[in-house]
Design a protein around this ligand. Structure first.
Ligand code: NAG
Length: 151
């Protein structure tokens, strides 16, 4: 029992060290919390798996004029607390949420948090769906180009 507890806390510490390399955000978010938000938002603003995959492999929606799809991303950001209903972005939570999306995949890039710090200040879209989507797009496009550069 005591040993199990120690092994467990050692694992937690190791995880913290590994992630600490990539993110220093003071917030923690998990993949399962993210999935719950995605599922909830998918009930309101349907986003097909294909469209989701397109965003994260190309950095853009299949149709850049699809406001419902943009609202899907805004919904996820709002449900996770990364953005409020007025469109104010919490950078720490945003970092944690994006990091959670890479949980267990090994796809998080070095300097992960910098991408968010880079993408948040430019958000001047007045429509919150446009703003939420623009944030996701900005981070994703940057991530894709860094991953490309690393190959
Ligand atoms: C939304 O729901 C549909 C139907 O259940 C599913 O196929 C799709 O993968 C879901 N979208 C996301 C982004 O999870």
């Amino acid at each position: 029992m005591a040993l199990a507890a120690r092994v467990f806390s050692a694992t937690l510490m190791l995880t913290a060290v590994l992630f600490g390399d990539i993110s220093t955000a003071g917030e923690v978010f998990t993949m399962s919390q993210l999935k719950a938000a995605v599922n909830e938002c998918n009930d309101t603003y349907f986003l097909s798996q294909k469209n989701w995959d397109t965003v994260f492999t190309t950095g853009s929606l299949e149709d850049e004029n699809d406001l419902v799809a943009k609202c899907f991303f805004e919904c996820v950001l709002e449900k996770t607390g990364a953005m409020d209903e007025k469109g104010n972005i919490n950078s720490d939570i945003t970092k944690a949420v994006f990091l959670a999306s890479h949980e267990g995949t090994g796809t998080a890039v070095q300097g992960h948090d910098d991408l968010i710090d880079m993408c948040v200040p430019g958000r001047d879209e007045t429509d919150i769906c446009e703003r939420g989507y623009a944030l996701v797009k900005c981070v994703t496009v940057e991530e894709l180009s860094r991953r490309q550069a690393r190959k």
